[in-house]
Write a protein that binds this ligand. Structure first.
Ligand code: AVJ
Length: 325
C-alpha cells in the first residue's frame, strides 16, 4: 500500500537540548524566575495535557470544538482552502472537523501539520491518511517560533490554523511579532484561522488552571521532572505548590510554582546552583485571554483584516476567527 503521508524533520540535531539549556539558564537567573511553557510537552506532559482537555473545569477545548462544529462548513466555503497548515497540531483532534468540511466542499488536497513532536506527527499522519485516503499528509517537525515551513502558495489557497489559544502563551510584544511573521508568510487568498480564549469571570479562569483533581498541578510540576531528566538537576517537585493567578491588568492567567521553604537546586548541566527563597515563585506559563476589539486591532497592526468572529453559544467563552492577509 502506498504511503500518503510523510514526516520531514527540520530541527537541527540537538536543537531541543540546546534551547532548553538556554531557556533554563536565562529563566532561572531572571527576577522573577520564569520558564517558557513550551517545555511542558514531553510524553508524560502530553498525556497530562490530554487529560486537562477533558477536565470539567477546562472548558476551552470543548468550547472551541463547539465553535468549529457549528461553523466548519462556513469556514470551508469562505476559504476554499486546498491546503490546511496547522501550527502545534498535536493529535489533530479538532482538525477533523475542518478536514471533513473542506472534503465535503471538494477543495481539500493536503494537510500540513507542523509540530515539535515527530511521534505525534507520525501517529496523527498515519491515522489521518487512513481516514482520508485521498488526502496528502505532509508533517514537518519544526519549532514554529524559529521557522514556519509552509507549502508554497502556488498550490492554491492555504488555511493556516493556529488553534487551542496557543497564541495566549505569547506576551504582548512577542505576540505582535509572531502575528506579523504569520502575515509575512501568507499571500492574498490565504486565510488565518485562530482559536482564542476570551476574558471572563476570574473565578472560572482560575479554576480552569487549578482543577479539583490536581491534574494541572501535576502538569505544572512535570516541568521540574523534565529539567531533572534533561539537565541532571535535583528539583524536588514536592517542595513546590501549584498556583494559578489571574492578572486583571494584563488580562492573563499565570501558572506558577511556589517554593514551600527556602532551598537550593543543583543544575549540573549548567554548572549552577539556583536558590529559592521561602514562598518564592517560578512562573511557568502565561495564558493571555482576549477581547474582540483589542485582538482586531492587533491583527490589523500585523497586516490582517478580521473577517469573521464566532463564539460558542450561548456562553461565549471562546472565539474562533478568520483573518485575511
Ligand atoms: C495549550 C497553551 C492553550 O494556556 O490554556 C492548560 C495550556 N496550561 N492548562 C492554555 C494549559 C494549563 C493551554 N494552551
Amino acid at each position: 500500500d502506498s504511503k500518503n503521508y510523510t514526516v520531514e524533520n527540520r530541527l537541527p540535531a540537538g536543537h531541543f537540548a540546546r534551547a532548553l539549556r538556554a531557556d533554563v539558564a536565562a529563566g532561572l537567573s531572571a527576577t522573577p524566575k520564569a520558564l517558557p511553557p513550551k517545555w511542558f510537552y514531553d510524553a508524560h506532559g502530553s498525556v497530562l495535557f490530554d487529560r486537562i482537555t477533558r477536565l470539567p473545569e477546562y472548558y476551552p477545548t470543548r468550547a472551541e470544538r463547539m465553535v468549529l462544529r457549528a461553523h466548519a462548513t462556513e469556514i470551508a466555503q469562505l476559504t476554499g482552502a486546498r491546503t490546511v497548515v496547522e501550527l502545534g497540531a498535536g493529535s489533530a483532534g479538532k482538525t477533523r472537523l475542518l478536514l471533513d468540511a473542506l472534503n465535503d466542499a471538494g477543495t481539500l488536497e493536503r494537510y500540513a501539520p507542523i509540530d515539535v513532536s515527530p511521534t505525534t506527527l507520525g501517529q496523527s499522519g498515519e491515522a489521518l491518511s487512513r481516514e482520508y485516503p485521498r488526502l496528502r499528509v505532509t508533517g514537518t517537525v519544526a519549532d514554529f517560533e524559529n521557522e514556519l515551513p509552509l507549502p508554497p502558495p502556488e498550490s492554491g489557497p492555504r488555511l493556516l490554523a493556529f488553534l487551542g489559544s496557543t497564541l495566549g502563551n505569547f506576551g504582548d510584544e512577542e505576540r505582535a511579532a509572531f502575528l506579523a511573521r504569520l502575515r509575512a508568510e501568507l499571500v492574498e487568498g490565504d486565510a488565518l484561522l485562530l482559536g482564542v480564549d476570551l476574558v471572563k469571570d476570574a473565578g472560572r479562569l482560575v479554576r480552569a488552571y487549578d482543577d479539583e483533581q490536581g491534574v494541572t498541578a501535576e502538569f505544572n510540576k512535570n516541568l521540574l521532572v523534565i529539567i531533572n531528566r534533561e539537565l541532571d538537576a535535583d528539583f524536588d517537585p514536592g517542595a513546590f505548590d501549584h498556583r494559578a493567578v489571574w492578572d486583571p491588568a494584563l488580562e492573563r492567567v499565570e501558572m506558577r510554582l511556589r517554593a514551600r521553604v527556602a532551598h537550593s537546586v543543583k543544575i549540573p548541566a549548567l554548572d549552577r546552583t539556583v536558590d529559592f527563597g521561602r514562598g518564592e515563585e517560578l512562573r511557568t506559563e502565561i495564558s493571555v485571554k482576549f477581547r474582540h476589539d483589542r485582538l482586531g486591532e492587533e491583527l490589523a497592526a500585523a497586516g490582517f483584516t478580521l473577517e469573521r468572529w464566532w463564539t460558542d453559544q450561548p456562553q461565549r467563552r471562546f472565539a474562533v476567527l478568520l483573518a485575511a492577509p
